[in-house]
Design a protein around this ligand. Structure first.
Ligand code: ZN
Ligand code: MN
Length: 489
């Protein structure tokens, strides 16, 4: 019997709002001293009333629209009742029967194979406080209590750990494009539970699932699913397949899952409408206004970059990784256009965009990664970067000196033109000067010239090396090579 895994995800995303969901406390749970961003409302004191932060709704609607969900004009907040030390009111304000949005999808792509993952719903709810276990004691930090979450529930459409990981990575990218969440799994602002069961291929029924909690990295999502597939497959093979729904925890250090409890059904939470909040009404105008604010998303951007800048899909993907990178690229291209004629740009477009793409994603990325910076923080303006590229394009500097120029620009933010002048970096393209240099090399290396002539052709590299050294790196290597080849024929 061949089995396949049936996997669904439940994801909590911390929304990036100024204040918490139902009070005015600041929503910076990790950047403030423990228990400093709290008030009677988020501490769940009796007699306090929640009032909904509209920015939470706006962020959630944008995310829902980007995930192709339908926004419900009416949704209802409900209390999800349970006891936990980090939940001071004894209930979470969530949405249950009437969520903010339903019925969406996201397409993921794996080696050019596209899979459409259905999204059942996206609703909003407040987060609990954070328990910390220190030296055998448990401490609670209430800064996180009442911060806003969007909960996304997918359909069980994943068939492999890789697909689940790709979905999460794409979701993270979209959250960042929209600037609605940092979606950093390691920091806990993107948290994921996995639902997984196995079934014989061809079967359409769903079998009791296992829910895996506490996954806080892409790697642990992948590893936990891999482990569960193995564990459940073995059970099926022994004819002991899971008969009831269970919750398991993932133990990162051992890369295994462990039984925590038999799952509570949703009626165990005794959901009922939150009496202190009105139903949430979302107007068509609001949806329209927010949809205009949604930027071009990665998939569209990649397509446009391929056609507009004649890049490969892979190049376009790298440049579209973040909005900051893609803007830097596009701003550089448009600055470059001001440095040459329109006619020349049209004729040499591919050469130019490849050059800009190449220097951003190799040399500039190297410098940025070394300093652990974001491209939006660097000192080089797109205008100066375009000017720098134009010097390479026009052969004013060769690529080894170009690297030195870029480093100086990166360190000091200075004008590449000034750097080239001050350091005398400009390339020697003058043939008569290079001919003299070639002759000098030939005269001074008689033995090597003989060897070259008798067939040891890789000595050409040696001659060019001397030329570069003699000219302090300024000789145009292609021209000098041609001259040498002609002279040594
Ligand atoms: Zn508060
Ligand atoms: Mn939830």
């Amino acid at each position: 019997m061949k089995l396949e895994p049936i996997i669904g995800l439940e994801i909590h995303t911390q929304l990036k709002t100024k204040s918490k969901m139902f009070c005015a406390c600041s929503n910076t749970p990790d950047n403030t001293k423990p228990n400093s961003a709290v008030c009677p409302i988020c501490l769940g004191h009796p007699g306090t009333l929640p009032s909904l932060n509209e920015q939470v709704v706006d962020c959630a609607i944008k995310l829902a629209l980007a995930l192709n969900l339908k926004i419900n004009s009416n949704s209802v907040f409900e209390r999800k009742n349970y006891f936990y030390p980090d939940l001071p009111s004894g209930y979470q304000i969530s949405q249950f029967e009437y969520p903010l949005s339903e019925n969406g999808f996201l397409v993921i792509e794996e080696n050019d194979k596209k899979t459409k993952i259905g999204i059942e719903r996206l609703h909003i709810e407040n987060d609990s406080a954070k328990s910390m276990h220190v030296d055998g004691e448990t401490l609670v930090d209430f800064n996180r209590a009442g911060t806003p979450l969007a909960e996304i529930v997918t359909n069980p459409d994943f068939r492999s750990p890789q697909q689940a990981k790709l979905f999460l990575q794409k979701l993270r990218q979209i959250c960042r494009y929209l600037n609605v969440s940092d979606a950093d799994m390691e920091k806990g602002n993107l948290r994921c539970d996995v639902n997984i069961s196995m079934r014989p291929i061809g079967d359409t029924k769903l079998y009791p699932k296992t829910e895996i909690k506490n996954l806080n990295s892409f790697r642990s999502v992948e590893k936990a699913i891999e482990y569960e597939i193995k564990r459940q497959t073995e059970l099926w093979e022994k004819d002991e397949r899971p008969k009831i729904q269970t919750t398991r925890g993932y133990i990162d250090a051992k890369q295994i899952t462990e039984l925590q409890r038999e799952k509570e059904e949703s009626n165990d939470y005794r959901y009922f409408p939150e009496p202190d909040l009105n139903p949430l009404i979302v107007s068509k105008q609001k949806i329209q206004k927010l949809s205009i604010e949604i930027p071009e998303l990665p998939d569209e951007k990649i397509k446009r970059f391929v056609s507009e800048y004649i890049l490969t899909k892979n190049e376009a993907e790298v440049l579209s990784n973040t909005i900051e990178i893609s803007s830097y690229f596009e701003n550089t291209v448009s600055e470059f256009k001001t440095l040459i004629s329109e006619k020349e740009y049209k004729k040499e477009k591919q050469k130019i965009t490849k050059l800009i793409n190449g220097w951003i994603t190799s040399e500039l990325f190297k410098l940025i990664n070394k300093e652990n910076m974001n491209i939006s923080e660097i000192k080089i303006t797109p205008y100066d970067f375009a000017k720098f590229i134009s010097f390479i394009y026009k052969n004013t500097i060769n690529s080894s000196n170009a690297q030195k120029v870029l480093k100086l620009m990166f360190d000091n933010g200075s004008d590449p033109e000034v750097i080239i002048k001050e350091n005398d970096f400009s390339q020697i393209n003058d043939e008569s000067v290079l001919k003299q240099l070639a002759q000098k090399i030939i005269d001074n290396n008689k033995n090597q010239v003989e060897e070259y002539k008798s067939g040891k052709e890789n000595l050409m590299k040696y001659f060019i090396g001397i030329a570069m050294k003699e000219s302090k790196g300024k000789a145009n290597p292609e021209i000098i090579e041609n001259i040498l080849k002609n002279k040594l024929k």
